[in-house]
Design a protein around this ligand. Sequence first.
Ligand SMILES: [Zn+2]
Length: 471
Amino acid sequence: MPSMDAVHPTYDDGGAPTLPSLATASTLRGVILPSSPEILHDISISTSGHVEGIEPSRTPAAARYEPFAGTLALPSLCHPHIHLDKAYLLSHPTTSHLQPKDGTFQEALSLTSEAKKYYTNDSIRERMDMLIVESVSNGVTHMRAFCEVDATVGLMCIKAGLEMKQRWSNHIYIQICAFAQDPVLSGENRELNESLMDEASGLSGVDVLGSTPYVEDGDELQRSNIRWAVRKACEKNLALDLHLDYNVDSRQQSKVWEVIEELREVGWDDMNTGQTSSGVRKTVCLGHCTRFTLFEKEEWTRLAEWTRNMPIYFVGLPTSDLFMQGRPDDGEELTDRMRATLQIPAMIGLGLKGTLGVNNVGNAFTPYGNGDPLEVARWGTGIYQMGTGQGAELLYECVSGRAKEAIGLGDENGRKAELFTGSRADFLVVGKQLRNVGPYQRRRKTVKEVVWDAGHERATFFGGKQILLPQ
Ligand SMILES: [Zn+2]
């Protein structure tokens, strides 16, 4: 039944919202590049959707009248880790009756499990569409989307994710991770969960296997979950993504050493790691890892040494981590809060590979936020105390080139926050056309200005095509 207040066609009606139209660009004239902000440049785009050339505008006086004159062109953004299937549960009419009361991690796990019982094909797709549109409108052209697979939802979420991947393929690249949020080795549904994950990870269009070792009962089964995930990813020729060490408890040992040993055992210990059947480099992403904030210096040095030549990328998820972790125990002072999230820029300084992601939006794990990676980069300025222009550029890389690299698209040559000839024409364009800039309105001409405060005037280009979103 369509709801009374439905204003758009719904999937359950047999319809689906119309996709935004695309405008092909052959040259982007009169834009600003962060390396030379005082000169207008023209970017020519090949028919294959790549940057063919970047040159100072030959006729700058005329270029001022071009549609993107005076705007700042940057490489597009990427979500290296986002839960596409459980966004906006707290506000969607089918699940909004399930609101957090104490905001704890356990409550988030159980509320979200409960919410799954109310999923419908329509509501999943509607929430997915909302997150995709919000992401694209902020400059995202690539995402790794986690879709849960378990006894409650079966293959419902992953099938919706795969459908979105196809449906939106001209607008955004969506990489699908078959994700076991629930235990596959403990609890009453373990066998069904495991066999559903086996089926899901073999579906055409799935590139990543994801798991959550810490939901298993006890240390031994958590280690077995890591072993299972590494081996299953190998068997299915997939990249691997683990939610790991999501605690700040010195009594629990970090499991990262076991992950590395398992990877070595199967020979996954080389940067030259091979590809999935659709050409994604088989990297290993480790998300959250808040337990690392208790590491001693020796452990950091060991981690950098052990991972140096391995395709292991650490994914900091600060908006979720700070919300979920480091809460005072019962009886402790509310003023005692440990702020725990991976110190990604400092880790990069140690030679580790890292990136930053949004993770959850609008659910009990992270009620606040949106699909804009630049919000996370902006937060990073304060969280990691990165006040310099160079620091801002690193934060931008973490939500752009480094994020793409982490999910197996491209390599370290694409990290920089600067467009270059030969790269794909995936752009974020920030600001207004010169003639539309009013008096006293700020223009952003550098990466740091965008990271500190990007504003809302943005245009997104995917493979040389501008995505025309309704205003
Ligand atoms: Zn996550």
